[in-house]
Each structure stands twice: as C-alpha cells, then as structure tokens.
Ligand binder design. Structure first.
Ligand SMILES: [Zn+2]
Length: 348
C-alpha cells in the first residue's frame, strides 16, 4: 500500500514538473484573468437566478423559511465546487443572532439568520483578504405577494457564485489568487444593512487585514437614464478612500469589459446618498476601500415584479466579469491597495 502511494506520488511529481514547465512557456501568451473570466457566462448566471429568485425561496425574508432555503442553496454550491468555508469543515454559516437583528427593531420580530461565507486561500499573502459581497435576503411575502428580488439582490448573489467558480478554477490549475478571497453573502440588508454590520463587528478575518470590499447590489437591469445606452453600470465609492482603487477599476474596465461607468451617484451632493445605502458602507466606515456596483432603480425596484425573466443576462455577465477582473487585479498585484484618504472610524 505504502509503496503504491509512493510511486503514485513520484508519478504525480513528474507530471507536475512537466506541466509547470509548460505553464511557464505558455505564460507569455496567456492572459489568465481573461481565461477564467470567460467561465462567467450568462447561461450559468441565468441557471442560478431562475432558482434563487423563484417562488420556492419565498422572497428570502430574513430569518424565514425561504431565506433558509436560499442559504442552503448557496452552501450546496460551494460544497459542490469544493470551495472551502473560512469557518472550517462543513459550516458555511456565520450565525447572526436574533438579539442583534432586533436591536433597532422595537417590535423584535426577526428570527436568527446567517451570513454565508466561502473562502479561497491566497498563495502568497493569505492574511490579506479581498472581500466580494452581496446581500442574500429580500423582502419576503407581503399581502400574499412574493417579492422575488431577482435584481435586488439575486443578481449580485449569482454574480458572486460565478466569480467564486472562476477563482476556484484558477486555483485548481495552480493559478490561484496571491491574496485570499472571501465570498460574503450577507443577510438582513433590507432590514438595515444588518448582516454586514454584524460581520464588521464580528469579522472572521481582522478588518485591518481586509484590503477591499467589492459589493454588488442590483446589476441585472437598466434604469430610465440608460434606455439608449444599456451597456453601463453605476460605480459608487471607488475613489472615496483609495485613489489607486478607482484608477485600477477604470484600467480593468478599459482592458477587458468596456462598460460605460457612470459616476452620477458617486457625487457626494447626490440626494439619493447611495454610498450609505448598501452593505459596503459598513466596511468603508472602517477605512476598507470599497466599490459599490449598481444599476440604479427601475419600475420593479422593491416590487413583486422584480422577477428573473426581466434580467439582462448579457449585461449581468459583463458586469460580473468587471468585478472579477477588479478582484483578480487587487488579489494579485505586488502591493496592497493604498488608502490615501482615510476617514475617522466610529469607536467600537
Ligand atoms: Zn439590495
């Protein structure tokens, strides 16, 4: 038995030597980022979203049975892909206690919920963490109507699944990220950014080692402003803490995805104040640079008509690839992103 293992491992060693030599020769010509980004496809995104935003998940209301089905779906995906949990073993859920969720809700009706976490360990700087986040919850059932939340935020959720799969394929080929990547699906967003608040107050990895949060919330639709220019996305917050992040994001888009990046809502004077309205803000207030990816509001925003048949899957694909390329570059560049415009964080 032992001898057999030994000879098998020698065979594996020889095989890996020759394949790594091949990889080095090919390195010159292969753009690995583009290669793995190509695995993010509209077909796969649609496959996931027609399930994730189906009636079966009952609008994914925080703490309710539909939300529990949603987190089981996410966990199963990571298990099937062989993507580990940062919590170890079979536990992909960071519990968010009812007590925490109800702190600001006088009626105190929310049941315990969970953030879903999955993790690819960095090959060179494993302690530095790139976070990619989206909220897993939505509004549930109201007046007998299911709020499917396909865009909000089924789109961001399935984008993370496909991005995680792309990173995992790279890691399997020996091209994994130098820094670690945390896939963070937060709960309770619709109740007041609660899952992300819980995460930053109870981080799995120190916030001081968290190099970025790329937050995806609504990336499958078109708003009225862009009816004639559908290949767009709003970016919010990219330059707030780190000029380097903004420049890098622009460069990745020019090189790979060619989306019209709209900074209208990045204007601090914009009355919508979107910078403060999704989960990234909980990271930004502690000086973690963020980008918020957002398609703007539309007629189905927070309506039971936000259904998966209305998603523009070609746009969702390209926007997911932009997030992937940005994450890939941040995870693989020599130096950590520089925070040149820090803010005073709240006292903890
Ligand atoms: Zn949302």
């Amino acid at each position: 038995m032992k001898k057999l293992i030994l000879s098998a491992s020698i065979v594996a060693l020889i095989a890996s030597c020759s394949s790594s030599k091949k990889a080095t020769e090919a390195d010159v010509n292969v753009d690995y980022a583009a290669k793995y980004a190509a695995t993010i496809t509209e077909k796969d995104l649609a496959k996931h979203l027609f399930i994730y935003a189906s009636d079966e998940f009952e609008g994914r209301n925080t703490g309710e049975p539909g939300q529990k089905k949603a987190v089981a779906y996410l966990k199963n995906f990571y298990v099937e892909q062989g993507i580990a949990s940062p919590l170890g073993g079979d536990d992909y859920f960071q519990e968010v206690p009812a007590k925490f969720l109800n702190k600001r809700n006088r009626r105190g009706t929310l049941k315990a919920s969970e953030n879903v976490v999955a993790f690819i360990k960095g090959s060179e700087k494993p302690d530095e963490i790139v976070v990619i986040s989206a909220h897993l919850d939505h509004e549930g059932i109201k007046n007998g109507k299911i709020y499917n939340g396909a865009d909000d935020d089924g789109s961001g959720t399935v984008a993370i699944l496909e991005i995680a799969e792309a990173f995992q394929k790279a890691a399997k080929d020996g091209n994994g990220p130098k820094r670690s990547v945390l896939f963070l699906h937060v709960t309770g967003e619709e109740k007041g950014l609660l899952g992300s608040k819980y995460y930053v107050e109870n981080p799995i990895f120190p916030i001081a080692n968290t190099v970025v949060d790329l937050n995806i919330d609504m990336v499958g639709r078109i708003d009225d402003r862009h009816k004639d220019n559908r290949n767009f996305i709003y970016l919010i917050g990219a330059d707030k803490l780190s000029t380097e992040l903004h420049n890098l994001s622009e460069a990745m888009n020019s090189k790979y995805t060619n989306i019209s990046l709209d900074y209208k809502y990045n204007d601090p004077k914009d009355p919508n104040r979107f910078y403060y309205r999704s989960d990234h803000y909980n990271f930004a207030k502690y000086n973690v640079p963020i980008i918020f990816y957002f398609n703007g509001t539309h007629e189905d925003y927070h309506q039971p008509t936000d259904t998966p048949d209305k998603i523009n899957y070609d746009l969702l694909e390209n926007r997911s690839r932009l997030v992937f390329h940005t994450a890939w570059e941040i995870a693989n560049r020599d130096k950590r992103l520089v925070v040149d415009k820090p803010v005073t964080p709240p006292s903890r």
